[in-house]
Design a protein around this ligand. Structure first.
Ligand code: OAD
Length: 230
């Protein structure tokens, strides 16, 4: 049975009102990565890092899935083979749309993590540097997201999924952040048919056999309709 692996990035949530990182006016134009998204930044100024993620959590709480998220959930429900979504996004829009098989390789805004004892629990809407870990009491609670310089989550499940994928698609990702940026190349070498969905040419475009240009809210539902009709 044909297995489908889907990598998603900030572009799939753009039409739900969540900002991307590298587009004009994106998050990395407004904030420096080294101030808000590294372990050093958190050690130096945890309040600033929490403020950045608190703002994103508040924005994500208001966002609703768009037709691209909904189409992927429909694909998972109807496709006879495996459908796995690997997302770099820290929002919960795939789950809100109804996808169950989702790996958050860069963590989730909805999670809190204790730096001291690795305990995890649901994050409150507003996190604070003075919050105590409910398990060990340490005041070392951080958002359960992956920062630059840290190893992404779920690598043990992602590698075999890429190797055995029959179809690999990347949706709304610029191909600048590794290891995700190399997944198209890896899956293609392992024999997958590769398709990229993006409004523009990305840094990883050359690794894909097929390209669907346009907004994900239009191109992704059309592709899912096509697949389910075969
Ligand atoms: P980027 O902001 O780098 O790229 C977003 C991509 O989506 C761009 O290639 C856009 O052209 C495309 N795009 C924008 N709107 C779109 C739409 N409506 N339909 C289709 N495509 C659209 O975001 P990511 O590639 O997800 O990591 O960024 C990867 C990682 O870098 C993030 O997970 C985050 C960031 O720094 C960490 O914070 C560790």
């Amino acid at each position: 049975m044909t297995s489908i692996v889907i990598l998603t990035g900030a572009g799939i949530s753009a039409e739900s009102g969540l900002g991307t990182f590298r587009d004009e006016g994106g998050l990395w134009a407004q904030h420096r990565i080294e101030d808000v998204a590294t372990p050093d930044a958190f050690d130096r100024d945890p309040a600033r890092v929490h403020a950045f993620y608190n703002a994103r959590r508040a924005q994500a709480a208001e966002a609703r899935p768009n037709p691209a998220h909904l189409a992927l959930a429909r694909l998972e429900a109807k496709w006879p083979g495996d459908v796995l979504v690997i997302t770099q996004n820290v929002d919960g829009l795939h789950e809100a749309a109804g996808s169950n098989n989702v790996l958050h390789m860069h963590g989730e805004l909805s999670g809190a993590l204790c730096h001291a004892c690795d305990h995890r629990w649901p994050a409150p809407l507003v996190m604070d540097a003075q919050d105590a870990c409910p398990a060990c009491g340490a005041r070392a609670t951080r958002p359960d997201v992956v920062w630059f310089g840290e190893i992404p989550y779920h690598m043990d499940r992602i590698d075999p999924a890429l190797s055995s994928a029959d179809i690999f698609v990347a949706i709304g990702t610029s191909g600048n952040v590794f290891p995700a940026a190399a997944y198209g190349q890896h899956a293609r070498r392992m024999g997958a048919h590769t398709i990229e969905f993006n409004t523009e040419i990305s840094s990883a475009s050359r690794d894909f056999a097929d390209h669907r240009r346009g907004r994900a809210s239009e191109t992704v539902p059309a592709w899912v309709d096509e697949l389910l009709a075969t």
